[in-house]
Design a binder for this molecule. Structure first.
Ligand code: BG6
Length: 490
């Protein structure tokens, strides 16, 4: 048993994001976000779902945190809504917004739950978009740092773990390349890399600001790490794998950990005329911040495959992603001409939304980070989106989620035994919530929330799923007891 246990003080956690849970999108002085606008464009989200009410965490946070406490959760990762705190993105601060997060933080601490705060999880004040196109303009850097500094000053006495950015690679890729997130731009390579540079500078300057105020705090960014395997042992496919990891992962992680961009990709972008523009001093700031970053945040869901792709080969996907949950509806192979393409992996099962299920991939992430950066790791998200059904007696049996989490936690333990330093494992998510593009039917939580896509469709009441009881045992045994069968419970 002792052998199976995770390191002492390991943070068993779960995560959420403001827009996906809070609701109250225009209450108590909150400004509107880019997402409040985007979801109102017909056809952008599954069945036109919005986060207007979401799962009403704004009014039910005390109940949600009580459920976390009952489970024995060690850390809760949540994000703060920028427009709730600074409605216009810059300038006046909304005290009611700050108070709301004070209440959450205090409730966590009272229940021995370590609050882990994400500064930015995609909901940008719309005022900044109207004013200067948000992330597209360099002005965003100072506005982001001013916002982050408000949070650091207000909560830094109690919050010791900070995540500057959630999945910068995803919100920029879907926002400026795939047209699926705001601002809905397509194949805008030049802007995609520029926006990322702005986000990197915002991250870097925020790290420096935090360390100035609270040198002992722990800070990192959360990257959606999807490692690629080479299709086979053909040398050109190995090069494709290197290109894929360079462009899809190290482009961000090298910045967080080293304060520089990978050379091969920078050369490719320069040749294509889409490399980001720097201001004088940027490189020094990026390096100074990287030296102060404490951990690499990893959101892990799936791996991919890389295959050689000639210069006249396939480009970005033209088909829509599977947002309906109809398994097998993603068929298209996409890629970056001259760099790589992404065939399917015949060795892996997939979810109903066609995401590969690959527990070993989580170990690969940890091993890679340990070898490349030698930084501690926070798994800031990992979980299974599935169709859950509530039975007449109120129970929700989700053995598939338990199997998924168990297999991933086992691989995580192997990574730790192999030498990775892992501080935390946060599942996605604690309660069911709004999946940005996939509505409410793609459920991730330990706690079932009674609502469907249509507003007003349920009571919003909370119910513990089988996986809730299972994770409770995992936490209580510090990872040693993973075979508990919750269906035997009355
Ligand atoms: C991550 C995000 O991309 O994955 C979350 O940080 C998101 O906000 C989660 O919900 C799962 O993705 P999806 O698309 O299934 O909701």
């Amino acid at each position: 048993m002792a052998n199976k246990q995770f390191p002492e003080g390991f943070l068993w956690g779960s995560a959420s994001a403001a827009y996906q849970i809070e609701g109250a999108h225009d209450l108590d002085g909150k400004g509107l976000s880019n997402w409040d606008h985007f979801v109102r464009i017909p056809g952008k989200t599954f069945k036109e779902t919005t986060g207007d009410v979401a799962v009403d965490h704004y009014h039910r946070f005390a109940e949600d945190i009580r459920l976390m406490a009952e489970m024995g959760l060690k850390t809760y990762r949540f994000s703060i809504s920028w427009p709730r705190v600074i409605p216009d993105g810059t300038g006046e601060v909304n005290e009611a917004g700050l108070q709301f997060y004070d209440n959450i933080i205090n409730a966590c601490i009272k229940n021995d739950i370590v609050p882990m705060v994400t500064v930015y999880h995609w909901d940008l004040p719309q005022a900044l978009v109207d004013d200067y196109d948000g992330w597209e303009h360099r002005r965003i850097v100072d506005d982001y740092v001013a916002y982050a500094t408000v949070l650091f000053k207000r909560y830094g006495d109690r919050v010791k773990h900070w995540i500057t950015m959630n999945e910068q690679n995803v919100f920029t890729m879907l926002g400026w390349m795939a047209g699926m997130h705001p601002p809905g731009d397509v194949a805008n390579n030049k802007m995609f890399y520029q926006v990322n540079h702005h986000a990197n500078m915002a991250h870097a300057k925020a790290v420096l600001a935090l360390k100035e105020l609270f040198p002992e705090s722990k800070v990192g960014a959360s990257h959606a790490f999807g490692p690629a395997y080479a299709l086979d042992c053909k040398p050109e496919n190995h090069v494709a794998q290197m290109n894929s990891n360079d462009m899809g992962n190290y482009w961000w992680m090298d910045v967080y950990a080293y304060g520089r961009y990978p050379k091969r990709t920078m050369k490719y972008l320069t040749e294509m005329g889409v490399a980001p523009q720097f201001e004088a001093g940027d490189e020094d700031i990026m390096k100074a911040a990287a030296a102060k970053v404490d951990f690499m945040g990893v959101n892990y869901y799936q791996t991919g495959v890389a295959e050689h792709n000639p210069i006249d080969g396939v480009g970005a996907a033209k088909e829509k992603m599977n947002n309906s949950g109809k398994k097998g509806s993603t068929k298209e192979v996409s890629g970056v001409p001259g760099m790589f393409k992404r065939p399917a992996n015949p060795h892996l099962e997939t979810t109903d939304w066609d995401w590969t299920i690959d527990p070993v991939g989580l170990r690969v992430c940890c091993r890679d980070i340990t070898s490349r950066y030698d930084l501690p790791i926070v798994i800031s998200e990992n979980g299974l989106g599935a169709f859950d059904k509530q039975e007449e007696n109120g129970r929700i049996h989700d053995p598939y989620r338990i199997a998924y989490l168990k297999a991933h936690i086992e691989e995580l333990k192997i990574a730790i035994d192999e030498g990775s330093e892992v501080w935390a494992y946060c599942t996605w998510s604690f309660t069911d919530l709004l999946s940005w593009l996939n509505g409410y039917q793609k459920r991730y939580g330990f706690v079932y929330v009674d609502r469907e896509e249509e507003e007003g469709s349920g009571t919003l009441n909370r119910f513990k799923k089988d996986s809730y009881y299972w994770y409770e045992k995992v936490i209580a045994s510090n990872g040693a007891e993973m075979d508990f069968d919750p269906t035997t419970m009355k």
